[in-house]
Write a protein that binds this ligand. Sequence first.
Ligand SMILES: Cc1cc2nc3c(=O)[nH]c(=O)nc-3n(C[C@H](O)[C@H](O)[C@H](O)COP(=O)(O)O)c2cc1C
Length: 375
Amino acid sequence: MIRTEICDMFGIEHPILLAGMGGASTPELAAAVSNAGGLGVMGASSVGPRALRNWIHRCRDLTDKPFGIDTLLPASVRRGTNLAPMSNGPLPQDLIPEYRAMVSSFLDQQGIPIADNKEIWPEEDGPPLFSKEFFESQMDIIIDEKVPIYVSGLGNPGPWVERIHSYGGKVMAVVGAVRHARQVVEAGIDAVIAQGHDGGGHNSPIGTMALIPQVVDAVGNQVSVIGAGGITDGRGVAAAIMLGAKGAWIGSAFLASEEAGLFEGQKQAIVEASEEGTTVSRSVTGKPARMIKSKWTQLWEESGKEPLPMPFQTQISRPALVSANLASRSQDINPGFAGQGIGMIKAIRPAAEIMAEIVDGLESTFTHQLNALSG
Ligand SMILES: Cc1cc2nc3c(=O)[nH]c(=O)nc-3n(C[C@H](O)[C@H](O)[C@H](O)COP(=O)(O)O)c2cc1C
């Protein structure tokens, strides 16, 4: 069995981590991956503090193995630099009415009724979604509940490291560049996830194959580096290990799992997509993210409008995308974030089966390649 130093650090059997994916990596999916010997990490980026506590309890009900939570800590929101004028002059908040009008006429043309506000903004009594207060209130719950592993998907978790370490928790951060890896390692985190351009969700301009060894060279003698971005089967995990990573953070491969919190149409879109099916767009969160091409990404490409910075773009995108989901039009309007490896996904399956296949693939890749070389 292939084990690395992260297996001991996290108390897991295989060096395979379920990536925190907003909406998709639910307590059910995280628990299934942890029960199968990996590390299940819930994607709680848009889960408000009250619901987050319920998620943690639900995950603990489903597994007695270690698990983690991933949220966002974007520097632009925490420092307020997102409030600056846009490149063409106006303040982001002043463009909201014009952008809403464009989206509302798009939904009209598509025959999609706008969903009820309660469906769109479920935690109305908490801090506004993706505000500084929202991110900080999530951290308070994570620390109060002594969540074993915390992962920041964006930004530097430095201010929280000491409090998480004080109860024995571990901290990781996703980075897309060597300078960010250096910053988070200096802040005292335990492992760094190097996610390249191939990956689903918020996106680095650097390809995975080039990023992993450069992050390993920069910080690999201080912390474990975990590879991510387009790693969709056991061959990919083996490749990341060959590049110096101690394991893999895998998202898209689990999107078409039975446990993932996606609509059926979104899972079907993953199964049907090829390696050419994704694009990088700022149209959902305001930051560049890899997602499946759709009528939504096309709308923004053709509009010539610059998406607003986080969190303002969410005020535009969320009503539209939630309405599309509820009208069962998730496949052509909101198929969701995904990485370039989705061409390898051929069916909707239980997460345990996906895990078992990745573990087998990892072992057999090393065996076959070594045999081939020695022959
Ligand atoms: C549907 C989806 C949602 C995602 N949401 C988040 C998120 O909320 N927070 C985060 O840190 N990363 C998010 N990501 C990125 C993943 O954590 C991970 O880095 C990425 O999936 C790795 O690339 P892969 O999809 O090719 O495996 C998301 C990715 C996908 C596919």
